[in-house]
Design a protein around this ligand. Structure first.
Ligand SMILES: NC(=O)c1ccc[n+]([C@@H]2O[C@H](COP(=O)([O-])OP(=O)(O)OC[C@H]3O[C@@H](n4cnc5c(N)ncnc54)[C@H](OP(=O)(O)O)[C@@H]3O)[C@@H](O)[C@H]2O)c1
Length: 317
């Protein structure tokens, strides 16, 4: 945002972290005089037009209603507004939703599906990181050839920043380094978020399994998606479908045939890279994003750009 020509950052806040931005994140040395303060809703209401709420789920729904009431535009990065129904939130996140009134206002902030709705939205539910990589990888086939798809298996791998900065034993260096493991197998809370969008675009339910893994790197998600189809298609045909589907998208790159995405090629960028392979009744789609960028921050800025009619990749390219 500091590099964004149409944005002035007026307020930075957290729960307990305070001080100059340089002292918290020394990489910002000499780039800004901004300081981080203890969050005060009245101040946010007074000095901001738009707000990025990047706090843990259950915290966002305490903050967002007051901002909406004050006519602010809000991009929420948590899961609090990603499900249209409070009952789904309760089921998958285990908490009662305390801001049901604003659930229907929230637009799911995946520009590749909801660009028109995002333009006029007051509240954006920025998608989860795994869902962004999975949905973008699946969308061209599930929204045009859904009847042909029998089953989808998503095998996804994420770097450790996906879990945020909280200190927990299983995220310590010695636990994560030189290690690779699956977690929340078939029960991760991002699965219903992926399903909601895929099934909505397909118009019916497609059986889907999701297994996330934690890998010893800081940033990046690689999702390998196995689609079992009734009728085989040629690789050239599928490649053409993907190229056409995303031909005007600034953040999605369909790789040339024979090339596969790598997390290092999207590191610190707003891109989602997608690769394709096929053998008989099996299509394999791989997608790579940076979980902190297209999986969170750059997607949030992309949404803001769309909301305000700015060039979509301003500040993130
Ligand atoms: N990390 C990812 O890859 C990723 C991707 C997509 C979406 N998300 C979502 O985005 C949100 C932020 O993620 P993160 O990884 O940045 O989390 P994080 O590292 O845990 O940071 C959360 C921040 O929120 C602040 N905070 C907590 N409660 C607050 C409150 N009541 N008022 C004001 N500030 C408060 C914390 O302040 P202190 O510094 O004082 O503790 C901290 O700075 C989460 O909902 C997460 O699920 C994360």
């Amino acid at each position: 945002l500091l590099r964004h020509s149409n944005v002035r950052v007026t307020y930075l806040a957290a729960a307990t972290t305070t001080g100059t931005l340089n002292s918290i994140h020394p990489e910002f040395l000499d780039q800004t005089k901004l300081s981080c303060e203890k969050f005060k809703i009245q101040k946010a209401q007074k000095i901001c037009d738009a707000l990025f709420v990047a706090v843990p789920h259950t915290q966002a729904m305490n903050i967002v209603p007051e901002l909406i009431k004050a006519d602010k535009r809000v991009i929420d990065l948590s899961a609090d507004y990603r499900f249209p129904k409070a009952s789904e939130y309760k089921k998958y996140y285990g908490h009662e939703h305390t801001d049901k009134a604003n659930l229907s206002k929230a637009v799911y902030g995946l520009p590749e599906i909801y660009r028109e709705e995002i333009k006029h939205a007051q509240l954006i539910a920025n998608p989860g990181c795994y869902p962004t990589s999975a949905i973008l990888g699946l969308l061209p086939l599930t929204s045009t050839f859904s009847e042909n798809i029998q089953q989808i298996i998503i095998d996804a791998k994420s770097g450790v920043t996906g879990a945020g900065k909280k200190l927990t034993n299983h995220l310590m260096f010695s636990e994560v380094n030189e290690n690779l493991k699956a977690y929340k197998v078939l029960s991760h809370q991002h699965k219903p978020e992926i399903e909601n969008q895929i099934n909505k675009m397909a118009g019916h339910m497609i059986p889907l399994a999701f297994v996330p893994h934690l890998v010893p790197m800081n940033q990046g998600i690689l999702s390998t998606m196995y689609l079992f189809v009734k009728k085989p298609l040629s690789l050239a045909h599928i490649h053409k479908i993907y190229k056409n589907f995303y031909k005007t998208e600034p953040s999605v790159r369909i790789l040339p045939l024979g090339q596969q995405p790598e997390t290092k090629n999207v590191f610190e960028t707003h891109y989602c890279d997608i690769g394709l392979a096929i053998k008989d009744h099996l299509i394999v789609v791989t997608s790579a994003i940076d979980n902190l960028m297209k999986g969170a921050a750059s997607q949030a800025v992309q949404n803001m750009n769309i909301m305000y009619g700015f060039q979509e990749n301003l500040g993130i390219d």
